[in-house]
Design a protein around this ligand. Structure first.
Ligand code: NAP
Length: 303
């Protein structure tokens, strides 16, 4: 084990976090892990990570703490609760939240961290489960330059395109721009294939041919084959995409922006979530169209 590597605590070893933590372990970073459900950390423990009994305990054992949990309320709990990460991290520690969360919470965490002599970054990612497995994530970072430079060796183990966007919260704003883009490409993917199917075309041939054309996108390449194979497992949970679309809508409204495409995506994905699709992958939007939209596209959310 190299001696120059700081000890890293990793909190949240789900679909994304398990792969990201594994890359850090394989790169020689001494690793401490904590996850709400211990079973999802067992493979990392078997590979050499140490287990901690809480997020706060994990942070107390490390120079740097990374979190990759689910929702903003999870982020708030692991950082700001009594005996949480902010309270228990050693002075000088660097805290990096890679969850997709709200810009305002990132600012609150950065302020609470600074008040205790800690540094904090928001660093959400894009690239999906495949990007996490292949260490090719796009990482969008908010926080000060010195903290960013300190975190860079960790980011380089997990991702390929790593960009500091500005101060605290700027990483989350960039991630919202990313999710607004994905909202459009997911609708485009599903509607293009729905049209091809209705026209009696061979979907596999259409998908392959259009992959070389203007309809291609990251969503087209990552999720088209899963739709064709009838694979609706996550990937990227519908429930998390709904969370992201709602954060994006709220932030857009706060900026005085009207984004009707984003509103439509939020309505359709909410419908999918509320009709039993929450735990499926985002490509399951296909199933909503297969069932018939029943006016969903023109009715207000919640109707
Ligand atoms: P996930 O599989 O649900 O992983 C989240 C993990 O965090 C779960 O294992 C969960 O524990 C754990 N967790 C939640 N709250 C916790 C707490 N308070 N203390 C300790 N552990 C806690 O979800 P994911 O797909 O990895 O996504 C994680 C985040 O990345 C989400 O914000 C998502 O929007 C974002 N994201 C996902 C993708 C993707 O393609 N999957 C891509 C980019 C960004 P349990 O095991 O008990 O549930």
């Amino acid at each position: 084990m190299p001696y120059d590597r700081p000890t890293v605590a990793f909190v949240g070893t789900g679909v994304m976090g398990a792969s990201m933590a594994r890359h850090l372990l394989e790169a020689g970073f001494p690793l401490v892990v904590y996850n709400r459900t211990r079973a999802k950390a067992e493979a990392l423990i078997a590979a050499g990570a140490r287990w901690a009994d809480s997020a706060g305990e994990a942070a107390s054992m490390a120079d740097m703490t990374i979190t990759m949990v689910g929702y903003p309320h999870d982020v708030e709990e692991v950082y700001l609760a009594s005996r949480g990460i902010i309270e228990r991290a050693p002075a000088g520690a660097l805290l990096i939240d890679m969850t997709t969360s709200t810009p305002s919470l990132a600012v609150r965490i950065a302020q609470a961290a600074a008040a205790r002599g800690l540094s904090a970054l928001d660093a959400p990612v894009s690239g999906g489960d495949v990007g996490a497995r292949n260490a090719t994530l796009t990482i969008m970072v908010g926080g000060d330059e010195a903290a960013f430079e300190r975190a860079l060796p960790l980011f380089e183990v997990m991702g390929k395109t790593i960009t500091r966007m500005g101060g605290p919260g700027a990483g989350q704003h960039a991630k919202m721009a990313n999710q607004i883009g994905i909202a459009g490409t997911m609708l485009g993917l599903v509607e293009a294939l729905q049209y091809a199917k209705a026209a009696g075309l061979d979907l596999a041939r259409v998908h392959a041919a259009l992959s070389g054309g203007g309809a291609n996108s990251w969503s087209w390449g990552a999720y088209g084959p899963r739709i064709l194979a009838g694979d609706f497992e996550p990937g990227f949970f519908v429930k998390h995409f709904v969370k992201d679309l709602r954060i994006a809508l709220e932030e857009a409204r706060a900026l005085g922006l009207d984004l009707p495409g984003l509103e439509l995506a939020e309505r359709l994905y909410s419908l999918l979530q509320d009709s039993g699709g929450a735990e499926l992958g985002t490509q399951a939007l296909w199933l909503l169209y297969e069932r018939g939209l029943q006016g969903a596209a023109s009715e207000p959310a919640g109707s």
